[in-house]
Design a protein around this ligand. Structure first.
Ligand code: ZN
Length: 345
């Protein structure tokens, strides 16, 4: 039995680092495991200008623990009035790595999101021309569509026409949760990729209702039926370069989760690589973890692979019930459980 693995340093292609005190509380966890991360721009107000992205990048770098070797990759939040010239300038200057499309009201702080993608035609033409990736939260927001069907309906109504109309546009369908999404991405051209979170590989929707309502298992897109988890898992461990690591780690203070209307988001950053290693180990393909975690993402984005390596050891680790930093308390994914792999660094 393999007792340890060493792989090229991994990156996280989708993370929420938040801002202010929460940023200080969580950034060290991501920086400890990952060399780079695509940092989501859904702050209040959202990151929509080059100047705002540079300022946010500065705050992230300031919040890093001493000695951390971590590069935040910034993302532009798209609104109905997104300015193609500003976004192209940000991409060409190396400030923006991508743009993020949130359908309006799809998730946390997405009230400024896009109401109709047809309003972005000029911008999408520009992004296609300059090779800038479009990252998509792929759920429709119509209240008449069942929450468990919103990703599949988005693929049919929005993504399929988008891919047809912009055949060379690089698109990442973020945090896929369904068999439909896995099939769509696998069956598309090389310009279409997807990120996969630890939670969507590990839990199905029963986890949200396990003996009572479990707010810490609630994220968006919400976990689906078991057959979808199995399909997403198969995609992740397939070795296909279209699928890569994106934790969607999304911390909320404990009081914002354990509430009458609890926020969506799972904080998985502290044990992200442990989660993924466990999945690849269970599937008997630990040799494919490096591609998923460290190679497919940079290859898709057209960025260099990281230098250096990290090691994971087969050792039991008990996950704490709560992570604290000053007044901030956040419940991590796997709280109270024992993980079978330990990230050594
Ligand atoms: Zn997210």
């Amino acid at each position: 039995m393999t007792s340890q693995i060493t792989i090229r340093r991994p990156d996280d292609w989708h993370v929420h680092l938040r801002d202010g005190e929460m940023l200080e509380a969580v950034v060290g966890y991501t920086a400890r495991q990952f060399a780079r991360a695509i940092v989501m721009p859904n702050l209040t107000p959202p990151v929509i200008t080059v100047a705002a992205a540079e300022a946010y990048r500065g705050r992230i770098l300031d919040a890093l623990p001493a000695g951390a070797d971590f590069t935040p990759l910034m993302v532009c939040y798209l609104t109905d009035d997104a300015d193609p010239a500003e976004i192209a300038r940000g991409y060409e200057q190396g400030v923006f790595a991508a743009c993020k499309l949130y359908p309006a009201h799809a998730t946390t702080n997405s009230a400024h999101g896009v109401t109709d993608i047809r309003k972005l035609t000029g911008l999408l033409e520009t992004m296609q021309r300059i090779g800038m990736p479009l990252l998509i939260h792929g759920e429709v927001t119509d209240r008449d569509i069942d929450i468990f069907d919103r990703e599949a309906v988005f693929i049919e109504r929005v993504l399929t026409p988008l891919v047809r109309d912009f055949p060379a546009l690089k698109i990442v369908l973020e945090h896929i949760t369904t068999a439909e999404a896995a099939e769509f991405v696998a069956g598309s051209g090389p310009q279409i990729g997807a990120t996969i979170t630890p939670q969507h590989l590990i839990i199905n929707r029963n986890a949200i209702f396990d003996g009572g309502i479990r707010p810490h298992a609630y994220c968006l897109p919400v976990a689906k039926r078991e057959r979808h988890r199995l399909a997403v898992r198969k995609a992740a461990v397939s070795g296909s370069p279209k699928f890569f690591l994106g934790t969607d780690s999304a911390p909320h203070g404990i009081g914002r989760k354990e509430a009458a209307c609890g926020c969506a988001g799972i904080f998985n950053a502290p044990y992200a690589m442990e989660s993924y290693a466990q999945v690849f180990d269970e599937e008997g393909v630990l040799d494919r973890l490096e591609g998923f975690a460290s190679e497919h993402g940079p290859n898709f984005y057209g960025l260099p692979l990281n230098e250096g390596t990290v090691t994971l050891k087969r050792e039991d680790v008990t996950v704490e019930d709560v992570v604290t930093h000053g007044d901030i308390r956040v419940v991590p994914f796997h709280a109270g459980e024992t993980m079978r792999w330990r990230f050594v660094g």
